[in-house]
Design a protein around this ligand. Structure first.
Ligand code: PMP
Length: 304
């Protein structure tokens, strides 16, 4: 839920929620020239902590570089601003949205004449995907963008139109989430989650070359799985690999680890598989600080 009495970090200062505004001629509003991050703060025994903050900010920087958006702040300044914001808003846990976008300056597509604005907002966002019995997915008629049209490796605002079209199509058809295929027909990812398949104990997920975002939750789960002794493979998958899987689940910062019950009305053997359960549990132990092996992923926030 959004708390309009909280503050937003906007271009170097904490401002009241209602004052974090932009002009209608903001470049990014017209052309989608922005990059973003979604990060979570989890409750730990030592207070709130940002999960894998450095990796999120590094991905923001890579996304900006791909779009030729110049970030006016260093990564360490954005890290300090993030911690300051969470402390100022007094969250025990929350979702964070970092956004760097071309602002008001001049119209037209040439990006060189618009200043870059940066904002960080925080709010409580319990569970992005509701799934009491596992998600019902459908393969979207929309393909993930070709990397030579718009690079899916950049987490950028404009390209989310691709995800939004797929998500809306899935909702209209009564499904929970959309699975997108790459231009070559291999499995890419969901509208805002990476996808995994388990068969005969082997965990598989598509690579960046299939148009999947380098998900930080995806990377976390691959690490946790390896540490559990599970064989993992980052490789191309066909939609039939998902139909034939023992288990399918999706992962993302907002969603967490969410089991898939069916794809295109093909039911998986169970609504939540054994490995999915173990990985969801390992993820909870890592994000809560309960598993000491992964504490280096947590940036503590000392309350204001
Ligand atoms: N794919 C897409 C298209 C996404 O928007 C997201 C959410 N950022 C993910 C995958 C999952 O990435 P992460 O685990 O880093 O949140």
């Amino acid at each position: 839920a959004i708390d309009e009495s909280s503050v937003i970090w906007f271009d170097g200062a904490l401002v009241p929620w209602r004052e974090a505004r932009v002009h209608v001629l903001t470049h990014a509003l017209h052309y989608g020239t922005g990059v973003l991050e979604g990060t979570r703060v989890f409750e730990t025994a030592d207070g709130p902590a940002v999960f894998r903050l450095d990796e999120h900010l590094a991905r923001l920087e890579r996304s900006a570089r791909m779009l030729r958006i110049e970030l006016p702040y260093k990564q360490q300044d954005l890290a300090a601003a993030t911690v300051e914001l969470v402390a100022a808003n007094g969250h025990r846990s929350c979702y964070l949205r970092h956004l760097a976008f071309l602002g008001y300056g001049s119209m037209g597509l040439d990006m060189r004449h618009s200043p870059t604005s940066v904002s960080i907002a925080s709010w409580d966002w319990p569970a992005y995907l509701a799934a009491e019995r596992g998600l019902r997915l459908m393969t979207s008629s929309w393909r993930r963008t070709d990397p030579n049209s718009v690079p899916p490796a950049a987490k950028a605002t404009g390209p989310y139109l691709n995800s939004a079209l797929a998500r809306r199509e899935a909702s209209d058809a009564g499904f929970d989430e959309a699975l997108l295929l790459a231009p070559d027909g291999s499995v890419s990812e969901c509208s805002s989650e990476n996808v995994f398949a388990v068969r005969d104990g082997v965990l598989r997920t598509p690579p960046g070359s299939a148009g999947a975002l380098e998900g930080i939750t995806q990377d976390t789960l691959l690490t946790l799985a390896r540490d559990l002794g599970v064989e993992v493979r980052v490789e191309n998958l066909l939609r039939s690999d998902l139909y034939a899987a023992d288990e399918v689940f999706v992962s993302g910062t907002a969603a967490g680890v969410v089991p898939v019950a069916s794809l295109d009305n093909r039911e998986l053997p169970s609504a939540e598989g054994e490995l999915t359960k173990r990985l969801a549990q390992a993820y909870r132990a890592a994000t809560s600080g309960a598993d000491a092996r992964y504490r280096h992923w947590l940036t503590p926030v000392r309350s204001a």
